[in-house]
Design a protein around this ligand. Structure first.
Ligand SMILES: C[S@@+](CC[C@H](N)C(=O)[O-])C[C@H]1O[C@@H](n2cnc3c(N)ncnc32)[C@H](O)[C@@H]1O
Length: 415
């Protein structure tokens, strides 16, 4: 008699269909909302691991498939293959994948195939897995990154992407995070491995910290002493940098186009007991004068792939030229909102120079009075410095510690 497949595995296959079939990233899924928290976490982990290991799974599956199966069947096989190769129990994985195939009208005819192929992989897969190459980025992204950073650097980034990301926390000033047993990074973030459920960690309810990649915590620090100053966080949600600025004593205006995402900023402020003025609106229409502005502009997010392996599969960079235009317009508008002598930090979590280094070069060409202030801090490593006077962070930096998100950031002023 057939039994219902695990809700987490079933949802993980749906997520793979969503990313690979519809080109919608995991973060846009409503599918997880109906699940219990533990199933939600498991489904997300399974989908993420499958996307990370997809190239290897496809290589292992290929010899067993005479013709390409229907996309959902292929995703069931990918999920099963990755789980089996990463140590999943053969019986549980295979029978669940067969049940997922049996549950769909268009896939039930492939039950036998799923069963036969996954049984083979349960025997052969785990030994073969580690001999396959580290999965590569898709060509649309790999080619420009090789051109920008060279083949070895991109191979190093791919190794870090494949390993996934630790959990980084930004401590609220004065909070004691020793109960978490994490590693204190030179930049002040606390890094945890295998952290589990975030909301169950010590200090979460007390608002002692918030989740923020170590690299993502640096742009706000580059604004320097903001205590008592009006500061605009121009693209604020979900609010990691707003929290840093508020914790540093700034009078923060946190602006974002998305009301839904601003709700997350408010939740984060409530949990941490910090305050900021939230404004829903278009950054390009915002008015005011500020001593300091943080422009963490919308971008390709290609620096966050180790956390979001769905990104390079969900699209092929179609929106990047539109984003580059938006970043340029936002940078020019931010300069209009900056008081004389004020500081603007421009940042993007992108690995593509057109969204970082080139934006600063081109802004310098457009505005004769614009200057870049090279940042000074004891934790800045020389190799992070870019020719424009900004910082270029890459996933392969701190590789032995677990890497960091890719970011570009620069401090600008009009003089
Ligand atoms: C990279 S995210 C910001 C991350 C945020 N700074 C943090 O640290 O949590 C970019 C944000 O820009 C917002 N955004 C996109 N277009 C915008 C616009 N025209 N005006 C204001 N915000 C915009 C998006 O809603 C998104 O929340």
């Amino acid at each position: 008699m057939s039994k219902a497949p695990s809700p987490a595995r079933l949802a993980a296959v749906d997520l793979l269909d969503q990313v690979l079939g519809q080109g919608r990233p995991l973060s846009e899924s409503e599918r997880l909302e109906v699940l219990a928290p533990s199933d939600r976490a498991a489904a997300q982990r399974l989908a993420t691991e499958t996307l990370r290991g997809m190239e290897r799974a496809d290589r292992l599956l290929k010899p067993h498939l005479r013709k390409a199966p229907a996309p959902r069947v292929m995703n069931i096989l990918r999920l099963g293959a990755v789980e089996l190769c990463l140590g999943g129990t053969a019986h549980g994985v295979v029978s669940d994948c067969v049940e997922i195939a049996a549950a769909g009208k268009r896939t039930q005819g492939a039950r036998g195939l799923v069963n036969a192929v996954l049984r083979k992989l349960a025997d052969e897969g785990p030994a073969a897995w580690g001999k396959l190459r580290i999965p590569r980025l898709p060509k649309w992204l790999r080619d420009p990154l090789v051109e920008a950073w060279g083949p070895q650097a991109v191979a190093n980034m791919e190794r870090v992407h494949f390993e996934g990301a630790p959990l980084d926390l930004t401590p609220k000033p004065g909070a004691d995070l020793s109960a978490l047993g994490g590693e204190l990074l030179p930049t002040g973030s606390v890094r945890l491995r295998d952290a589990g459920q975030v909301s169950a960690l010590p200090g979460f309810s007390e608002g002692d910290w918030w989740v923020q990649d170590a690299a993502a915590a640096l742009p706000a620090k580059l604004l320097g002493d903001v205590a008592g100053q009006p500061v605009l966080d121009m693209c604020a949600a979900p609010g990691g940098k707003t929290l840093q600025l508020a914790a540093a004593g700034a009078k923060v205006t946190a602006l974002d186009l998305s009301e839904a995402r601003l709700k997350r900023v408010q939740e984060n402020l409530d949990r941490t007991g910090l305050t900021a003025t939230l404004v829903a609106g278009d950054a390009l229409e915002h008015e005011g004068q500020y001593d300091a502005i943080l422009l963490d502009a919308p971008c390709s997010a290609t620096g966050t792939i180790r956390r979001h392996p769905d990104l390079p599969h969900a699209h092929e960079g179609e929106r990047i030229s539109e984003l580059i235009g938006l970043q340029e317009a936002m940078l020019d508008h931010a300069l209009r909102l900056l008081k004389p002598g004020g500081r603007l930090v421009y940042a993007t979590c992108s690995l593509i120079p057109d969204e970082g280094e080139c934006q600063v070069d081109e802004a310098l060409a457009r505005h004769a009075d614009l200057q870049v202030i090279p940042p000074e801090a004891p934790w800045i490593e020389d190799r992070w410095r870019s020719e424009e006077g900004g910082l270029r962070l890459r996933p392969d930096y701190w590789a032995s510690r677990g890497g960091m998100d890719g970011f570009f950031m620069a401090v600008l002023t009009r003089g």
